[in-house]
Design a binder for this molecule. Structure first.
Ligand code: NAD
Ligand code: FE2
Length: 387
């Protein structure tokens, strides 16, 4: 067995309705002034309505920063840090999708009273120093797994993103409450759910850090996600399916936090950057084509995942046939959950494909994890196939 290391969020609460106990959970951590970081949609949908009264009962100061934008720019991080400082926040809650949770991580780090680092100092791997404020994450999409990853992603320019990767960003508590996701719109459920499935698949084939823990988490994540995605999309009020999706996304997050994602994400990022295609949809658009590109070297692994994803629909065969069935399943899944399946249908002009391919090459941090080497010509061929 290859040596490996595994790290994750210290505590997980997986319980419908648990977010109503958020204030008490902050109290347990001796908080006196809490900042909740979220986005305007979350407050508009009233998702905090069941949460905020608890702070009054606990006699605890609470403030809400609700100006997070999808694919958060630096200005959002800086404004949230400013508010945390002004409120002397001593605990930070990320409440929302990956965008809100990523901002919350950076606020917990940069607003610590002893902190001296600026946002620019911490980009990259292992550059964050010192301590952070206690951090609780409450995901409202079943997608990114940010509640259990040591990663925060920030949009730094018009089209570019940078990551902060540090064990300091691993939250203290992830609270998975399906009640918060009952009203998640079908297209967001579909896209974020496929993002989570990609995390599991790419962790399972991760070239350098795949390990027995990430494998076990990836398999169980895929079982939960594949078994519940369509129900969650078509019958969003199904609490059981929603809770299973939240747990599946969380387990997939634990897998890829320790066995990182690869070419699907590398090719998805430029799509998000240029065309503001949501992260999950960008992944869904390139996924079957990357699987097909990889299959020659990933036959065994894809073959192992096929029975988990297809269940009783799997036709008996050899590993190559299983791998082929897995790819066919992902060729069809997007349409079944109502997502566009081709780049041309997602507003991508054909003449941009070479530029996208050249930008995908910048994601070497991810590409090194792909089971098969990806050249710029390969990336272009994959985009063309996806077009
Ligand atoms: N940290 C990580 O490990 C990691 C991993 C993958 C992606 N990301 C980042 O996460 C971000 C994407 O996150 P996301 O896909 O979760 O989407 P998001 O956080 O950008 O939210 C998307 C939209 O969904 C809405 N929404 C969220 N929950 C809702 C609910 N329960 N009901 C109704 N509407 C709801 C929000 O208001 C928002 O408009 C990107 O910035 C991406 O780079 C981070
Ligand atoms: Fe992702």
């Amino acid at each position: 067995m290859n040596p490996f290391s595994f790290a994750t969020t210290a505590q997980l609460i997986c319980e419908p309705g648990a977010s109503r106990r958020l204030a008490a959970l902050c109290r347990e951590r001796e908080a006196r002034s809490v900042l909740i970081v979220t986005d305007p949609g979350i407050t508009r949908f009233g998702l905090l309505d069941g949460v905020l009264p608890g702070f009054q009962s606990e006699g605890m100061a609470v403030a809400v920063y609700d100006q997070v934008l999808a694919d958060p720019p630096e200005s959002v991080v800086l404004a949230a840090v400013e508010q945390a400082r002004a409120r002397r926040a001593d605990l930070v809650v990320g409440f929302g999708g990956g965008s809100s949770m990523d901002v919350a991580k950076l606020v917990a780090l940069l607003a610590h009273p002893d902190g001296t680092q600026l946002l620019h100092d911490v980009y990259g791997v292992g550059n964050a120093r010192g301590r952070r404020l206690p951090l609780i994450q409450v995901p409202t999409t079943a997608g990114t797994g940010s509640e259990v990853t040591p990663i925060a992603i920030v949009t730094t320019g018009e089209t570019t993103k940078m990551g902060v990767v540090s064990p300091l960003l691993l939250p203290d508590l992830a609270l998975l409450d399906a009640d918060l996701t009952l009203g998640l719109p079908a297209p967001v459920t579909a896209a974020t759910g496929i993002d989570a499935m990609v995390h599991a698949i790419e962790a399972y084939t991760s070239a350098l850090k795949k390990n027995p823990m990430s494998d076990l988490l990836a398999r169980e994540a895929l079982r939960l996600l594949a078994g519940n995605l369509e129900e969650a999309v078509h019958n969003g009020g199904n609490r059981e399916a929603r809770q299973a999706m939240l747990l599946g996304a969380c387990l997939a997050g634990q897998a890829f936090a320790n066995a990182p994602v690869a070419a699907v994400h590398a090719l998805a990022y430029p799509l998000g950057g240029h065309f503001h295609i949501p992260h999950g949809l960008s992944n869904a658009l390139v996924l079957p084509h990357v699987l097909r590109f990889n299959v020659g070297v990933a036959t065994t692994h894809y073959g192992e995942l096929a029975p988990i994803v297809l269940g009783e629909r799997l036709r008996r065969g050899d590993p190559a046939s299983y791998a082929e069935q897995l790819i066919e399943e992902f060729e069809q899944l997007s349409a079944r959950v109502g997502l566009p399946t081709r780049l041309r249908d997602a507003g991508v002009p054909e003449h941009m494909l070479p530029k996208l391919a050249s930008e995908a090459m910048l994601q070497q941090r991810l590409l090194v994890n792909n089971p098969r080497e990806v050249t710029e010509a390969d990336a272009l061929a994959i985009y063309r196939a996806a077009y």
